[in-house]
Design a protein around this ligand. Structure first.
Ligand code: ADP
Length: 633
């Protein structure tokens, strides 16, 4: 039989190096990692056997064996799960495919040596954790439905070998040759049956397949018999009574089942009885995964029927905007061998989903009311999702009405998050509308020329700094009876008399300068929809507004990023009639609207307005040349 020697992928080598050399405080975690892999492998073979009835053959009972052995200084973990082919061993064990592990490596790369130790404890390193305690690992595996088996061996030092071998039945057996320090001591002797049994009870009790161990019994005549015992209770956590479950148990559960390495922000455990029966165990993770809003993120809840695993990532329960929720639904009302297509049509699934959506909303509302610090953290991580929910439900007033109460934002007066209710509470009696402004960040927005007026009037303005904000706010339109108004839309107005007076005056000016403004627009070209004078500007000379309807400038930027160049904002160039520069414009116009000086002046006014908005003029070199020419005059 030929032995093939292969090298680990570079990333894997680095990970192994970290695992082997780091002083893991919890040496024992390797056991729960390997048991959890074994349980996943059984899930997979079980799932496949639902459609491939021959797959299980005679071996229909699923089990995991953990065998510590003092003599050989080994601990063996074996399962009768799906197993792996030679190719799968190479791609699963020799490389790092899992995004969580990759993210872990990235994070570690940013840290210095000291925090490395801490970090490694927060993440699971899966199979590789075997090398925390072993100096040599053998993995013998046979894929379900195949007759050949393969043996993988490595000391974790950069290479591994593969060879064909014999194995009687399907599944995977992993033999850990323990380092000497892990064959002794009270808490570190992993050849000690009692210790291993306790660890299984501690970490893997709710694994839903029996985890078996051999126990040697001795009678009074010193005759030894081996008794096989199941160590775990197998009672799924969600079946137990909520009041009996400790927070650490939930934590451990999400760690094992959903690879949540940090403590979830919130755990929801809910049961429904009656016409529709189900239990849901859900969590809001501690952090938003990096790919949450990308297509490679796998949303969806695990589905169980009478505690038996049916499906991973069932996306039919929760609406897409709640994709950050992790967890499972267990319902006896759903059949075991249900296909994805049938599931999509299922009335039961829809009703459970509706109920869960409502439940999650209520829980979030409660969190907002009772634990603001926690809610703030939730909002930082997942606020975007709620805003996407509002936008996605633009035509569903009921959902919008619910979700808007969960929305938070920063404002020109509060760097802490505020809700709409709090903003309205702070509004002076004279203020009728809710004002908002979109921009890349707080610093840029606060310097926008339109903000000067708002500061002068002491009016609080909501900052919309996430691209999705404006879409959500436009979908809302109102909060209660208060209209939401962007201060960069052409229909912007304040309610006070002074503002109205200023507007009337500027309207007069717009009329008397009609020809001038027309000529300015002509000089700039089609990029602007209109040019007009405004009463909004204080010290600023120019600004850009957009039409009351249609995309705004920041929406246009978002569309452009999505490679959709067709949604353009209708730009309105607004000029300050009280600024020196306006007088100059009038004078230049008087000396001839076709002169290059007038045209260049107009183009530069527009370029300034673009720069204020953080938009690059389409012809930056030309703009720079014109500025240079003007400065040399
Ligand atoms: P994870 O389990 O988190 O994906 P691991 O490093 O623990 O990461 O395992 C990598 C892959 O190796 C698994 O996704 C699985 O495909 C395969 N694997 C690990 N253990 C087993 C096992 N006991 N039986 C079958 N496949 C396994």
């Amino acid at each position: 039989m030929s032995v093939e020697t292969l090298e680990f992928q570079a990333e894997t080598k680095r990970l192994l190096d970290l695992v082997i050399n780091s002083i893991y405080t919890n040496k024992e975690i390797f056991l729960r990692e390997l048991i959890s892999n074994a349980s996943d492998a059984i899930d997979k073979v079980h799932f496949e056997s639902l459609t491939n009835h021959e797959l299980l053959g005679d071996e229909k009972d699923f089990e995991i064996f953990v065998l510590p052995d003092k003599e050989s200084k080994t601990i063996t973990i074996s399962d009768n799960g799906i197993g792996m082919t030679r190719g799968e061993v190479i791609s699963n064990i020799g490389t790092i495919a899992k995004s969580g592990t990759r993210a872990f490596l990235e994070k570690i790369r940013e840290q210095d040596k000291n925090t490395e130790q801490e970090l490694i404890g927060q993440f699971g390193v899966g199979f590789y954790s075997a090398f925390i305690v072993a100096d040599k690992v053998e993995l013998i595996t046979r894929k379900a439905g195949e007759s050949s088996a393969v043996k993988w061996t490595s000391d974790g030092a950069g290479e591994y070998t593969l060879e064909d071998c014999e194995k009687d039945s399907r599944g995977t057996t992993i033999i850990l040759h323990l380092k000497p320090e892990f064959c002794e001591g009270l808490e570190t002797d992993f050849t000690n049956e009692q210790l291993v049994e306790n660890l299984i009870k501690k970490y893997s009790d709710f694994i839903r397949y029996p985890i078996k161990m051999n126990f040697v019994e001795e009678d009074e005549n010193k005759n030894q018999t081996v008794e096989v015992r199941t160590v775990n209770s197998m009672k799924p956590l969600w079946v137990r009574n909520k009041s009996e479950i400790k927070p650490e148990e939930y934590e451990e559960f999400f760690r094992q089942q959903f690879h949540e390495w940090e403590k979830p922000t919130e755990v929801f455990h809910t049961k429904a009885e009656g016409t529709l029966e189900y239990t849901a165990l859900l969590c809001i993770p501690h952090h938003a995964p990096m790919n949450l809003y990308f297509s490679d993120y796998e949303a969806g809840l695990q589905l169980y029927s009478r505690h038996v695993f049916v499906m991973e990532h069932c996306t039919d329960f929760l609406p897409d905007y709640l994709r950050f929720i992790k967890g499972l639904v267990d319902s006896p009302d759903l059949p075991l061998n249900i296909s994805r297509e049938v599931l999509q049509q299922s009335r039961e699934v829809k009703s459970i989903g509706k109920a869960l959506e409502k439940y999650i909303f209520k829980q979030l509302e409660k969190m907002l009311k009772n634990d603001r610090k926690k809610y703030d953290a939730f909002w930082e991580n997942f606020g975007k999702s709620i805003k996407i929910g509002i936008y996605n439900n633009s035509f569903d007033q009921k959902i919008k009405d619910e979700l808007k109460e969960l929305v938070m934002f920063q404002t020109s007066k509060q760097s802490n998050f505020s809700t709409f209710a709090e903003y309205v509470e702070r509004m002076p009696a004279s203020q009728q509308k809710i004002y908002c402004v979109a921009g890349t960040d707080e610093a840029t927005i606060s310097k926008m020329p339109q903000m000067e007026l708002m500061r002068e009037r002491d009016i609080e303005v909501i900052y919309l700094t996430d691209p999705v904000d404006e879409f959500a706010f436009e979908a809302l339109q109102k909060y209660g009876d208060k209209e939401i108004q962007s201060i960069t839309r052409e229909n912007f107005e304040l309610d006070d008399e002074e503002f109205k007076k200023g507007q009337n005056e500027v309207e007069e000016l717009n009329k008397s300068n009609e020809q001038l403004l027309k000529d300015v627009k002509e000089a700039i070209g089609d990029e602007v929809f209109a040019v007009r004078l405004t009463s909004l500007l204080k010290s600023g000379a120019v600004c850009l507004a957009t039409t009351a309807a249609g995309p705004s400038l920041s929406m246009e930027k978002t569309f452009a990023q999505m490679k959709n160049p067709f949604f353009k904002a209708m730009r309105i160039l607004e000029l300050n009639p009280n600024h020196e520069i306006f007088k100059k414009l009038v004078a230049l116009h008087a000396s001839g609207k076709d002169s290059d000086d007038f045209k260049d002046f107009c183009k530069l006014l527009y370029a300034q307005a673009l720069l204020i908005e953080g938009i690059m003029p389409t012809n930056p070199v030309e703009v720079a040349n014109k500025i240079a020419a003007l400065m040399s005059k």
